[in-house]
Ligand binder design. Structure first.
Ligand code: SAH
Length: 210
């Protein structure tokens, strides 16, 4: 395989697994996942699989990134909040689709590394914060879209409060670490509308800054 063919590996998988949104597919083509995986697993960056990153965390499986991004339904004028920066990969995809992305992680060192990557890639519409994302980012609220890439027991109240009317939140919820349900929550004039997308497996949303 040439390096270019290698980079295409998971992009084929996305299409065959039913990802249809052209903007999402384009964004995933534009962001090189190899820039977000370092060390032992770098050689596997283009496989459709989650991989370990620093601080005992994981970069999500590309298919799951695509499905979550599709469900989030991001428009070019949207202000998006992501909880769980991790490697920065999901934020970089969102930055291609939205006006502005705010991303938070409780691991200071992950935020620092991700910020460096955004600078290198010229992604100037991402703002980072090292903080416990369960409380959201009140100074920047409200948001058109909110995505959590760590699993919560329920959609956190402060985050729902920071979602605009008509806004959408995508969040893995569940009591167990083994399997959770990916939920799409929409704030409608009649209240919150919940839709289950599929089973997923994420690291848990934890308290406090480390
Ligand atoms: N979106 C990432 C993958 C995230 S892994 C990517 O594209 O690579 C989940 C991340 O959520 C971890 O980095 C973990 O530190 C973070 N996290 C867990 N609980 C959190 C909290 N309360 N606030 C902010 N980040 C949290």
């Amino acid at each position: 395989m040439t390096p270019e063919e290698q980079k295409m590996q998971f992009l084929f998988a996305l299409r065959s697994q039913g990802v249809r949104d052209k903007r999402v597919l384009e964004a995933m083509e534009q962001v090189d996942r190899g820039q977000f995986v370092q060390g032992t697993f770098a050689g596997r960056a283009y496989e459709d699989t989650p991989l370990p990153i620093e601080c005992g965390q994981t970069i999500s499986q590309p298919l799951i990134v695509a499905l979550m991004t599709e469900a989030l339904d991001v428009g070019p004028r949207d202000k998006v909040l992501e909880i769980g920066t991790g490697s920065g990969y999901q934020a970089a995809i969102l930055a291609r689709l939205a006006r502005r992305v705010y991303t938070m992680d409780r691991h200071r060192s992950l935020v620092k590394t991700a910020r460096g990557r955004f600078e290198t890639l010229g992604l100037t519409n991402i703002t980072t914060s090292a903080a416990d994302g369960s409380f959201g980012w009140p100074e920047q609220a409200p948001f058109d879209r909110i995505i959590l890439t760590a699993a919560a027991e329920d959609p956190p109240g402060p985050l729902l409060a920071q979602l605009k009317d008509g806004g959408v939140m995508v969040v893995p919820v569940g009591q167990s670490d083994a399997v959770q349900t990916l939920l799409r929550v929409e704030k409608t004039p009649n209240g919150l509308d919940y839709r289950e997308i599929r089973d997923v497996r994420f690291v848990p949303l934890l308290e406090g800054l480390v």
